[in-house]
Design a protein around this ligand. Structure first.
Ligand SMILES: C[S@@+](CC[C@H](N)C(=O)[O-])C[C@H]1O[C@@H](n2cnc3c(N)ncnc32)[C@H](O)[C@@H]1O
Length: 413
């Protein structure tokens, strides 16, 4: 009996061992292909985040950009961000030796992110050059050349310093509905050298921080452009890392208003109304002619918004949300049109509220990305510690809490 059972159990044991090895190997492969979770994109940065980062109200922290770059790209890959804001994506990419291309519609943010990225050889020399530029050229000349392509580092730093001085002078109060910053443009701002000198030092300090972190010269290009109008700059990008504009969050639209008024008064930029119309997520409705059909889940959400009993739901908020999704759709389809595979997209999207209606903006945005052949691989969700009730007091009427979810979504094609 025993001799008959022995070969069988030996075979069984062998089989079990092989099975165990196989599942162990699968587990190893799986654990390797699942990236480690991202740091909370909106938590305050713990590595030295220099002065300029704090100017932008909705930036993600450098640690998050570094996580995305480390996890999804290799040395010399090209990273893009169609919504640059303060340029954190490019900062992370530059620090890690990747190339990056960014688009941003607001001229002051373009200049600030470029200044954030300037690398430098000798701080003292550069400071002197910047101040000389400010002393010898009129503000308009400095700003015009700083916003043009390939402006030298000292012009960019001087231009950004002038704008930062304008901002400091107008001290916009942010965070309430009634805080559109005002600037007396009938009395044009004369760049006051004390304010500019202070700003130049801050920018230089920032540039030195970046320079110490990375030996790379800046490999980042920041274009001042409407992402919706842009053809994909190059189909060679490997990874898109971005946080699209929020639906109805206004602070980073309002924040650079003094600078925009100033640039407009100097004639460096044109019609401000146009800028407001093209800004995704703003309160001014865009061009209604461009009506591409949206995915059914977004249409269903828009119907729910339209039928909400609140005043203005159908006449204002529904068209606003529609134009938001339509513009995002145009941006993503123009950037992702290429058939080339092997691309990754990392998006940080915050969900929204309309009165008491929760809008799962991240899920709806994911639909737009999936339309372009991308697969959603994973979502990490962070409870946002900020509370919108502090911003919109009238929201108390509609809900007790306005805690929001910040979603990090990973797509592959
Ligand atoms: C959420 S912020 C991006 C923040 C960025 N991730 C950072 O770390 O600073 C979105 C940015 O998109 C910009 N934006 C809005 N509409 C745009 C458009 N049509 N084209 C390009 N940029 C746009 C806004 O000005 C804003 O700076």
């Amino acid at each position: 009996m025993n001799s008959a059972r022995c070969p069988d159990s030996a075979r069984q044991r062998k089989h079990d061992v092989r099975n165990e090895r196989f599942s162990h190997r699968i587990a190893m492969i799986r654990s390797r292909s699942i990236p480690k979770p991202p740091p909370d994109p909106k938590r305050a940065a713990t590595i030295c985040e220099p002065v300029l980062g704090s100017r932008f109200p909705a930036s993600f922290n450098v640690e998050f950009a570094l996580w995305a770059v480390d996890t999804f790209t290799k040395l010399n890959d090209r990273v893009i961000d169609p919504f640059a804001g303060s340029g954190t994506t490019a900062l992370g990419a530059t620090i890690r030796g990747r190339f990056s291309e960014l688009l941003e519609i607001n001229p002051p943010w373009v200049l600030y992110s470029e200044a954030r990225l300037c690398s430098m050889d000798s701080a003292r020399e550069l400071r002197k050059k910047c101040l000389r530029v400010c002393d010898t050229q009129d503000a308009r000349g400095v700003l015009e050349s700083a916003l043009g392509p390939d402006a030298p580092v000292e012009i960019v730093l001087a231009g950004a310093s002038i704008l930062a001085a304008v901002r400091e002078r107008s001290r916009p109060r942010l965070g309430t509905n009634h805080s559109w910053p005002k600037l007396d443009v009938t009395r044009p701002f004369q760049p006051d050298s004390k304010a500019i000198r202070r700003q130049v030092s801050r920018y230089i300090w920032h540039a030195r921080w970046l320079h110490d972190l990375s030996r790379w010269k800046s490999r980042a290009l920041v274009f001042c452009a409407d992402a919706a109008d842009e053809e994909a700059r190059s189909s060679k990008w490997k990874c898109l890392i971005s946080s699209p504009p929020y639906l109805s969050r206004l602070d980073y639209i309002r924040a650079p208003w003094p600078e925009n008024l100033y640039l407009n008064a100097l004639g460096v930029i044109g019609e401000l109304r146009q800028l407001r119309e093209h800004q995704i997520g703003g309160v001014v409705l865009g061009d209604p002619k461009n009506r591409e059909p949206l995915p059914p889940s977004i249409e269903a959400m828009l119907r729910t918004i339209r039928d909400h009993p609140s005043k203005g739901s159908s006449s204002y908020y529904e068209p606003l949300a529609r134009s938001y999704f339509q513009r995002l759709q145009r941006v993503f389809s123009s950037l992702m049109r290429t058939e080339v595979g092997g691309k990754t997209a990392i998006l940080v999207v915050q969900d929204s509220w309309y009165k008491d209606l929760y809008i799962p903006t991240a899920k709806l945005t994911a639909r737009l990305i999936r339309r372009n052949g991308f697969r959603l691989k994973k979502t990490w969700t962070f409870e946002n510690s900020g509370n919108l009730l502090a911003i919109h007091r009238s929201a108390r009427k509609w809900r007790k809490t306005s805690r929001l979810k910040e979603n990090v979504m990973w797509f592959e094609r």
